[in-house]
Design a binder for this molecule. Structure first.
Ligand code: PXP
Length: 260
């Protein structure tokens, strides 16, 4: 299982003081040495963490492929096309959200979406769509001609957290707080099966399959066992652990869980 380390949260810490510390570039070689296969970053419209210059510097200095998450805002797509990361993952974005809350609503007639995909691919950037684990979303992704889908594991992570720690992994919009433990267990098993079925369908349709959001050292194993998923993009839990154990060890620990 390939690991993309999302380093946005290093920039969150830096932006808290608007200094160049911690330096994102320092993270690149550490992630590579610890066995990560990809660096993932999100250039948000509100620039709350990653800045334009970071994207440029990271693409220039990273020995690992860079996966750049972005919304289909024409200004953002233009920047992505000019900076040429290896992959662009198109995500929905709302200004007021704490983090990406749900998968893309895919409309085959949305010219902003189809133009974004066309422009990225014309610049030799492979395209991934961040979608909810739903068969219709996978079928639409195939019709849109993208190379990858990334399945949103937020609901899985939320259910897992509610079952084992009584806390959702983020302020995700779903409201499943009223479920009993038994019901939560059933929902968790159903969600896991849904992710597996949708990953299998995507693979059958010729798409490469990634997954991510809310994955951590407790909940990742079951997702890592799904054979059709090639890659996981994980950020918050790795960067949080790195505060206490160092980034190198935090990435190694995660890689061990993915491959164990
Ligand atoms: N994948 C996508 C598409 C995301 O938007 C994010 C969050 O930026 C992640 C993965 C990583 O999520 P987390 O930080 O919860 O591990």
């Amino acid at each position: 299982m390939l690991l993309g380390v999302n380093i946005d949260h290093i920039a969150v810490l830096r932006e808290a003081r608007r200094v160049n510390n911690p330096n994102l570039i320092d993270a690149l070689a550490i992630c590579e040495r610890a066995g990560a296969e990809q660096i993932t970053i999100h250039l948000r419209e509100d620039r709350r963490h990653i800045q334009d210059k970071d994207v440029k510097d990271i693409i220039e200095h990273s020995v690992l492929p860079v996966n750049l998450e972005c919304a289909i805002e024409p200004g953002i797509i233009e920047i992505v096309c000019s900076l040429k990361p290896h992959r662009a993952t198109i995500v929905p974005e709302k200004r007021e959200e704490v983090t990406t809350e749900g998968g893309l609503a895919l409309d085959l007639n949305n010219t902003r979406l189809t133009n974004a995909i066309k422009n990225l691919q014309a610049n030799e950037i492979e395209v991934s769509l961040f979608i909810d684990p739903a068969a219709e979303a996978v079928e639409s992704s195939m019709k849109l001609g993208v190379e990858w889908v990334e399945l949103h594991t937020g609901r899985y992570s939320n259910l897992f957290a509610m079952l084992y720690s009584n806390l959702p992994h983020s302020n995700h919009t779903i409201n499943e707080f009223n479920l009993s433990r038994k019901e939560l267990k059933q929902e968790l098993a159903k969600e896991l099966k849904q992710i597996e079925d949708v990953a299998n369908l995507a693979k059958k349709l010729g798409l490469k399959v990634a997954a991510g959001h809310g994955l951590n050292y407790q909940n990742v194993k079951a997702i890592a066992k799904i054979g059709a998923i090639e890659e996981l993009n994980i950020g918050q839990s790795i960067i949080a652990r790195s505060i206490f154990s160092g980034l190198y060890k935090a990435v190694i620990d995660m890689k061990e869980l993915l491959n164990g």
